[in-house]
Each structure stands twice: as C-alpha cells, then as structure tokens.
Design a protein around this ligand. Structure first.
Ligand code: ASP
Ligand code: MG
Length: 420
C-alpha cells in the first residue's frame, strides 16, 4: 500500500465530466489498496476570470483582497470534486447515502501556514493531523491547492500555478510515496509542442533541469514545487489525466545515473513574458545598484537578466528584465526612486521580448555550447539583446516575433528532434 498525492490541474477539473473522471480515477487508485490525497487547482480559466474582475476595479489591486478573491476558484473545485467522489462511491455501493468517502478541505482547514507575502506566499508548515485522521477513516481528502493562511489569518496564495507547490508540500509533510501531477499534457517535453511540432517527451529528468525548465517558462510545473520536491526528495510523476501512459519522472541526478551526462541539451524553452527596462544616464555612486534592486525586491518584483554598462562620459546604463505581470509595478518603483539618482535618467521600456533558453546538465562537461547557440541563432537571422548563463543553462533575450523560429533552430541544432 502506498500513500499517493494526486494533483489535478485546471483542465483536469475543467468541466463536470472531467471532475467525474477525476473521482473515478481517485477511487480506482484507492481500490488498488492505496491511500489517496487529492489536491486540485481551480477549473481552467477561473483564476484568470477572477484576476480580470479585480483588475477592472484596480490595475494594482490591494493584495489581501486580491488573494482572498483569487483563492476562491479552488474552493469551487474541491467542493465539486469531493461531491463527485462521494456521489460515485455511493453509486458503486462503497458507501450508503449520507456517508462519505471524501472530504473537501481548504488550505486553512489543514493548517497550510504561509508567510504574508500575498500572491507569492511561501509555505512555512503544514499540520498533517487532520489529513491523517481522514486517511485513517478510509476517506480521500480533497485539498484546495494554491492557498494558505498567514499568521494573521489572512488567506494567501502561492503564485500562479501554485497548486503544484501545495501538492508537493503536502507530499513532503506527510511523507507520501509518490506525488502525481495530472495535467493536460502527458509529460515534460523537450520544448513546448505548440511552439514546435518536433518536441519529444522526456521520460526522466533531474530536479535541477526541471527547475531550470520551470523557471524558464515551461508552464507544466511551478518552479517552487520542483525546488521543494528536490529539497525533500519527493518523487514527481508528471502525467496526463486523459491517458494512462507513463509521463515524465522528475528525480535526483543520482537516480538518473550518468547516461544523461551524454545528452548536452535536454530542453529548449521560451518565456514570452519579458519586459526589458533600460535606465540611461545614471550617475554612479556607492550602493546605487543595491538601492535600485532593493526597492524592486521590497515590492516583490523578481528581476531576471541584469546588464550594467559604463558609457564614455562615465555615466552608467543599466538594463534588466522583469515578467510582464510586474512591469507596471516596476515602472512605478523606478519612478519613485530618489530624484538625486534618477532625475536625469531616461527610463526605456521594451515590451514584447522573449527569453529563449537551452537547458542540460550535460553542458557542464561540453565546451562550446554557448558558441553553438549564438551561431545557430545568427544563422537564422535572429539578433540577441541580452545573454545570461548558469551552470546548466544559457538564455538569450530576443524579439518576440522570432520566438518560434528560434525554438525550431535550437531544437534541431542540438539534436532534440524525434528520433523515430
Ligand atoms: N488556480 C491557480 C492558477 O491558475 C493555481 C494553479 O492552477 O495551480 O494559477
Ligand atoms: Mg499548473
């Protein structure tokens, strides 16, 4: 008997029929002798709808209200999924009318405690007692993903895609044997199949690579969920809720063995959500960069690529990118910086950029990967605006209109195309 956390994403609970399918799936796994905890996202499109409502009232909504609002999609989903499980269990004769086989639970009910950083809250602890009690009764707890509660009893949310992180955190806290992430694709691909038709499913990948892919815009898993899984050694299995085929296992590098080291590049990603800011004509002084980036981070704005340049007159020029969802906030922060530093500074905003990246643990042992990437892009007539690298990835910022072409040329160039 195994203890399995099954997380179902928005499309997997997107309609009543699909919710009934989830119920079927969870009960079938339980019938095989496993203990099952279900974690769900909001029905697809629901969170976006809620975000829309809020931003119609205020483009930068008050954060407490915003989190309260956007957490509500998951409440609908757990209500429906648990209802479907109980209804089906009764139909199958597993329970009598009025009894239950499942229990719907919100984040605060099972003590998913977080910090108070609204919309990007981090889980600080989970009280597993209620979950264990429910499991002991033979129930399938159905838990709302994406949400928690802070020390002041405010509802918080974990960032878009945060139900993955809820699932992994629950799996870690309760020491589950497996954490299955059910989604609308059948695994992790070498690139987004909608961007490039030659994409291939990866059967096993390391946490490190998955973290890079997730942080680079592969939308299948929230990055924090992978970080957390790596930290606690939670085995992840990303798979489709519509088909029984094996998905992608995300495991440690040790578990992968050394065959992966032979693969130089495991995946190509494109992140379409970049806005580049350039500040020109800054007079340098001690601590200036720390002040600028300190103000941005105080406002919970994640800065990505940073490039600093000294012009011939000695003034500084600074470029950096943020996600388009933070662009408006970032601009306000920049404009509010002390006039002494920025009064004569030009703030240029360049939207519509895409960050294209290649990822692979193998590139640590293979020199010349960056050079190859630059020449592939240049042969395709694509110019590069900014570059950044880490041990296992290289990213280039390019014009958004070239995204598809760039993915295709890199996918082919690094021999990731289908082999069959
Ligand atoms: N419903 C939330 C979102 O759309 C969380 C999730 O789907 O994981 O971001
Ligand atoms: Mg998701």
């Amino acid at each position: 008997m195994a203890l399995i956390v099954q997380k179902f994403g928005g499309t997997s609970v997107g309609t009543v029929e699909r919710i009934q399918h989830v119920a079927e799936h969870a009960l079938a796994a339980q019938a095989q002798g496993h203990q099952i905890i279900v974690v769900v996202s909001a029905m697809s499109g629901e969170t976006n709808r809620l975000v829309q409502l809020a931003t119609q009232i205020n483009p930068i909504p008050y954060s407490r209200e915003y989190d309260m609002l956007i957490a509500s999609g998951e409440q609908i989903a757990v209500g429906l999924v648990s209802l479907a499980i109980n209804t089906l269990a009764e139909k199958k004769g597993l329970i009598k009318a009025g009894e239950s086989r499942s229990r719907p639970l919100l984040g605060h009910q099972i003590g998913i405690r977080t910090d108070s950083v609204f919309s990007k809250a981090r889980i600080e602890g989970i009280d597993t007692r209620l979950l264990r009690d429910e499991l002991a009764l033979g129930h399938i707890p159905v838990v709302a993903g994406f949400q928690g509660v802070d020390i002041e009893n405010n509802i918080t949310t974990l960032g878009r895609g945060g139900s993955d992180t809820s699932a992994v955190a629950i799996a870690a806290a309760i020491q589950a044997d497996d954490c299955e992430i059910y989604t609308d694709v059948d695994g992790i691909y070498t690139t987004d199949p909608r961007m490039y038709a030659g994409a291939r499913k990866i059967s096993r990948i390391s946490y490190d690579e998955m973290m890079e892919l997730a942080s680079l815009g592969a939308k299948v898993l929230q990055i924090r969920s992978v970080e957390l899984a790596a930290k606690h050694g939670v085995p992840l299995h990303v798979r489709s809720s519509f088909s029984p085929v094996e998905g992608t296992r995300v495991v440690s590098r040790e578990q992968l063995g050394d065959h992966l080291e032979k693969v130089v590049v495991s995946g190509v990603t494109s992140d379409a959500s970049q806005v580049k800011f350039t500040l020109r004509g800054i007079q340098d002084r001690k601590g200036l960069l720390a002040d600028i980036f300190g103000s941005l981070s105080k406002n919970a704005i994640d800065v990505d690529i940073i490039v600093q340049d000294v012009a011939s007159n000695g003034n500084l020029s600074l470029s950096f990118t943020v996600s388009h969802t933070d662009a408006l906030k970032a601009k306000k922060v920049l404009e509010s910086l002390t006039p002494r530093d920025l009064s004569t500074v030009e703030i240029l905003e360049e939207p519509g950029l895409v960050k294209i990246s290649i990822v692979g643990v193998g590139m640590q042992n293979h020199p010349g990967v960056a050079t190859k990437m630059f020449s592939l892009l240049s042969e395709a007539g694509i110019s590069i605006k900014l570059v950044t690298t880490s041990e296992i990835k290289i990213s280039c910022l390019i014009e958004g209109t070239h995204a598809k072409a760039a993915v295709a040329t890199l996918h082919q160039g690094f021999e990731l195309d289908r082999t069959e």
